[in-house]
Design a protein around this ligand. Structure first.
Ligand code: NAD
Ligand code: GLY
Length: 359
């Protein structure tokens, strides 16, 4: 088992990474306030892992309330969030109950938000089961649901007490989801960790073949990058925004097409190639750099062209981005491969040109 720490003073917590960790409830026990927990999952992950996980917890004397939500990004919304509260209230879960999110980023984001607000805040633990959630969404305390007008628009910063990434759960993940997770892995290399990008390029086939050592290495190096950024800028006053490389274009694709049509990681992949193209228009990246960004995503089996929504529709959707400050759109672009910046330097005509060229 590999362990990293997210250093946030009194809100610090460990990330445990390894194969088979789900079968070891002993990892969880020290982080509970009482023996009362609610495990929230969905109707895809539940049939795979819930019964064994709950049985393990109960064998340690815990009282467990399971809550199973409908699967999918289209259900990352108010009515589904309310199902968590319904389940907690029906089972008379009190303030000392720990919520455990068992699933991908959709479950993690929703359970985190439920934990932040149920009875004004209860502890929660992330047990991410997708590559994307193991390398990104389970770490850092961003929790949210979507609004029809924008992704992740309603939420809170609320840190978990513990993250347990069981690499073995990735064996049941569909190929398309594994590839979507790779988009966020590649992201760390592009924004701040050139040696990691070199490693990803050299090990992409092993990752696609689900080599457990390669996956554990990718999860650990991704989480180390994320933990460093979050420790430096928990509430995204600056540096943390660089974790959103490709996301402003990507969120426009997700919202424009309807949530769930493209996977989040797929939209981020196409958005990252668009961000690279725009960085070239600003004179920061060379043609060869843009090709490097494109090629690694192609090799990972990810889309590298956006959907043709039209430049005006993209701009309208991008105007809802959370990085918009005082009406000014700020984008995460690349000064160089391995060095992201947040900037409002891109002119609308250049953004239009990128959209036209890349979609
Ligand atoms: P997801 O949660 O929808 O999971 C993808 C699919 O895989 C779902 O159908 C899920 O049920 C299924 N699944 C999960 N684990 C499985 C397993 N082990 N075996 C088989 N199937 C499994 O999607 P995701 O890619 O994990 O997360 C995307 C979400 O994360 C988006 O809503 C995005 O906005 C959010 N996100 C949040 C942050 C953050 O910092 N909070 C960062 C990145 C992304
Ligand atoms: N995934 C973006 C962030 O956590 O800030």
């Amino acid at each position: 088992m590999r362990t990293l720490n997210v250093e946030l003073a009194e809100r610090s917590y460990p990330i445990r990474i390894g194969a088979g960790l789900l079968a070891d409830p002993g990892l969880i026990l020290p982080y509970l306030k009482t023996k009362r927990v609610a495990v929230v999952t969905n109707d895809v992950v539940g049939p795979l892992y819930l019964a064994r996980f709950v049985a393990g917890l109960e064998a340690h004397g815990l009282r467990v309330t399971p809550i199973v939500l409908p699967d999918g990004e289209a259900h990352k919304d108010w009515p589904t969030l309310n199902l968590i509260f319904d389940g907690l209230l029906a089972a008379r879960c009190d303030r000392s109950t720990t919520l455990i999110a068992l699933g991908g980023g959709v479950i993690g984001d929703m359970v985190g938000f439920a934990a932040a607000t149920y009875q004004r805040g209860v502890p929660f633990i992330q047990v991410p089961t997708t590559l994307l959630s193991q390398v990104d969404s389970s770490v850092g305390g961003k929790t949210a649901i979507n609004h029809p007008l924008g992704k992740n628009m309603i939420g809170a910063f609320y840190q978990p007490k513990l993250v347990i990434a069981d690499i073995a759960t990735l064996n049941t993940l569909p190929d398309r989801e594994l590839k979507a997770g790779l988009a966020e892995v590649i992201k760390y290399g592009l924004i701040r960790d050139l040696p990691f990008l070199d490693w990803i390029e050299a090990n992409l086939e092993r990752l696609l073949a689900r080599d457990p050592d390669a996956l554990a290495e990718a999860v650990e190096r991704s989480c180390r990058n994320k933990a460093q950024v979050v420790a430096a800028d928990e509430t995204e006053q600056g540096e943390r925004a660089t974790l959103n490389l490709g996301h402003t274009f990507g969120h426009a694709i997700e919202t424009g097409l309807g949530y769930g049509a493209w996977l989040h990681g797929e939209a981020v992949a196409a958005g990252t190639v668009m961000a690279a193209d725009l960085s070239r228009r600003l004179g920061w990246l060379s043609d060869a750099d843009v090709e490097r960004v494109r090629a690694v995503h192609v090799r990972a089996g990810l889309p590298v062209r956006g959907v043709p929504l039209g430049a005006e529709r993209y701009l309208e959707l991008m105007a809802h981005d959370k990085k918009v400050t005082d009406g000014t759109l700020r984008l995460v672009l690349l000064k160089a491969i391995g060095q992201a910046v947040i900037t409002s330097e891109a002119k609308t005509d250049d953004i239009r040109a990128t959209i036209d060229a890349c979609c």
